[in-house]
Design a binder for this molecule. Structure first.
Ligand code: AMP
Length: 280
């Protein structure tokens, strides 16, 4: 496995592989990799001759009040994870490589970006779409792999790739959880022992909503109330949002229709965590 930091080096590698007729899978990440990321890399390994993992803590998707400066980083450990999961190449550019002086282009996907995480993080998806667009142009992968953990992000990227006729298949992958149900996240590293215990409330709330839908509940307001009730029982939890929307276009609904996305964002102490489930 190789590690490169410049766009030129990635392009040279990709060109060589494409000349050999090899398919390329891309797994975009912000690093501090865990089993969730590894599951994406293994899936890419299984479906492509070559796998590129990008590791880039993208500043344009963080608001000034957010955790860009403290976001956990460990390139050494990430390299080991990538090698074990079967990656061929790590692309870990500096900020100046991705955003050189004078950079002033951005990509926005209207509509889908407005609600859920977009409401509390208004510049977030513009940053995500811009950097993912750049990565897709740099690597020109046949397939790119994203986790359903970030369900809104996945829906937005699917839309962007369709709208801009980008010749990459977007593959959504299931959420990987700890044994007790907590969704794996690089930000779980911020949690104290008490907060780690409290964070389980996200999964409990999602499960409560899902159980009601599967039991035949039709009213969205009942689902939201039930999830909020679960969350209110955890003193360390402060709700950012609890939503139940159409899983493809993120539109709110009043009566349950499938595919339904139950999604929430909750602060546990200072750490903002998200979780969701899709009922097909
Ligand atoms: P991040 O490094 O947090 O930007 O995540 C990079 C990719 O990994 C995104 O497509 C995420 O949705 C995905 N991912 C993060 N956590 C998980 C998880 N627990 N299960 C599956 N995919 C995940």
């Amino acid at each position: 496995m190789q590690k490169v930091a410049t766009i030129g080096e990635v392009r040279a590698m990709i060109q060589k592989w494409k000349k050999q007729g090899e398919h390329v899978g891309l797994v975009p990440t912000m690093g501090y990799l865990h089993e969730g990321h590894a599951s994406l890399i293994r899936r890419a390994r299984a479906e492509n001759e070559r796998v590129v993992v990008s590791i880039f803590v993208n500043p344009t998707q963080f608001a000034p009040t957010e955790d860009l400066a403290t976001y956990p980083r460990d390139l050494e450990k990430d390299s080991q994870c990538c090698a074990e999961a079967g990656a061929d190449l790590i692309f870990h550019p500096e900020v100046s490589e991705m955003y050189p002086d004078g950079f002033c282009t951005s990509v926005t996907v209207d509509g889908l970006s407005a609600g859920l995480c977009g409401r509390s993080r208004p510049i977030h998806f513009k940053g995500v779409c811009t950097v993912v667009n750049k990565l897709l142009h740099i690597v020109r992968p046949d397939r790119a792999y994203f986790g359903q953990k970030d369900a809104q992000q996945l829906a937005i990227i699917r839309r962007m790739v369709d709208d801009l006729n980008i010749a990459t298949s977007i593959i959504g992958c299931p959420i990987v959880r700890e044994a007790d149900g907590l969704a794996l996240s690089s930000r779980n590293a911020y949690l104290s022992a008490d907060e780690r215990r409290a964070a389980l409330v996200l999964y409990r709330a999602v499960c409560a909503g899902e159980a009601l839908v599967r039991g035949g509940e039709k009213k969205i307001s009942v689902l939201i109330d039930a999830m909020r009730t679960v969350l209110s029982q955890e003193a360390l939890a402060r709700v950012d949002y609890v939503e139940a929307v159409n899983a493809r276009n993120m539109q709110p609904m009043e009566i349950v229709a499938r595919p339904l996305l139950l999604a929430l964002a909750v602060f546990i102490g200072k750490t903002r965590l998200i979780d969701n489930c899709i009922v097909e």
